[in-house]
Design a protein around this ligand. Structure first.
Ligand code: ADP
Ligand code: MG
Length: 278
């Protein structure tokens, strides 16, 4: 594992395709004056078009804050975020977000939830509905178009959430612990499902999780974050073949990567613990 030099200038690689993310020396502080606390500290990262990157770290370390900076919901106190060379200063449909909490409109049916983005982008109604049906099929929920969110299981609602984000044809898909509230079997199925969708709809994915196994199963690359205030302390490649299935978790390379991630996390937890108790 190589440690990223936080202060090093990141040279943007050629962004020939859409979905290039560049986070440059971003810090985020919450609170004012003497109460100001850093949530993210001088963090830089770069993600190539179509790469699947997991942001892994303990709860409260700033994963959501960093993701929200890329989404445009949180403004960095210093530093810049660029997607395809354009500075992010607000949310946009080219950056699709899937939240941990199901965030569908409860009063709209499934098809209308997914068609919302295309309609807002000015598509005609028939076209927006066709787009919705296309993505409903992609997430395997064609039979549920006229149901309302409350009639669906948590896993199904998250699939609708993914379809809703994809219906805007985003260059970047941002996912904040999207399967965190699901039981482990549904979660495993959703992970496989997501990889299949990603292989069809190739887009850059930045996926937040605190689960090491989930990160290794999904990612091309894992960025490990420190305890609060968050910094990236390791950049781990996951050179496992695709398509992947759950058996991969017994592969010796999977286990090696897991050991390496866990060692980084353990060392960081110790450091944070010692710092708190000094
Ligand atoms: P994670 O997603 O890794 O659990 P977060 O990014 O949600 O972590 O939070 C990082 C830190 O920033 C935490 O200490 C949290 O309490 C704080 N924080 C997050 N959002 C806000 C906010 N809107 N106002 C004040 N503090 C916040
Ligand atoms: Mg979070």
């Amino acid at each position: 594992m190589n440690i990223i030099a936080q202060t090093k200038e990141l040279q943007p690689r050629a962004a020939s395709r859409r979905g290039h993310i560049l986070v440059h020396r971003v810090s985020v502080e919450f609170g004012e004056g003497a109460k100001a606390r850093p949530a993210i500290l001088d963090t830089s990262l770069e993600i190539r078009p179509r790469e699947f990157v997991c942001l892994l770290g303990p709860s409260g370390c700033g994963k959501s804050t960093l993701l929200n900076c890329v989404a445009g919901y949180v403004r960095p106190s210093s530093g810049t975020v660029k997607v395809d060379g354009i500075i992010v200063d607000r949310p946009g449909p080219e950056r699709g977000m899937v939240f941990q909490q199901y965030s569908l409109f409860p009063w709209k049916n499934v098809r209308e939830n997914i068609a919302f983005g295309p309609l807002r982008a000015g598509r005609r109604r028939a076209q927006a509905m066709a787009i919705a049906d296309h993505f409903l099929e992609m997430v395997g929920l064609s039979g549920f178009a006229t149901r309302h969110p409350a009639e669906l299981s948590g896993g199904m609602q998250q699939r609708v959430g993914i379809a809703r984000a994809l219906a805007n044809y985003p260059s970047v898909l941002l996912m904040d612990e999207p399967f965190g509230a699901l039981d482990s079997q549904t979660r495993a199925m959703m992970q496989e499902n997501l990889l299949r969708i990603w292989s069809e709809f190739s887009t850059t994915v930045l996926f937040v999780t605190h689960d090491v196994d989930e990160a290794i199963f999904l990612a091309d690359r894992i960025l490990v974050m420190s305890a609060s205030p968050g910094r990236i302390i390791a950049d781990q490649d996951v050179p496992l073949a695709r398509p992947r299935n759950p058996d991969i978790s017994t592969d010796h390379r999977f286990i090696e990567i897991k050991k390496s991630c866990l060692a980084t996390i353990r060392a960081e937890s110790l450091r944070a613990f010692e710092q708190q108790n000094r």
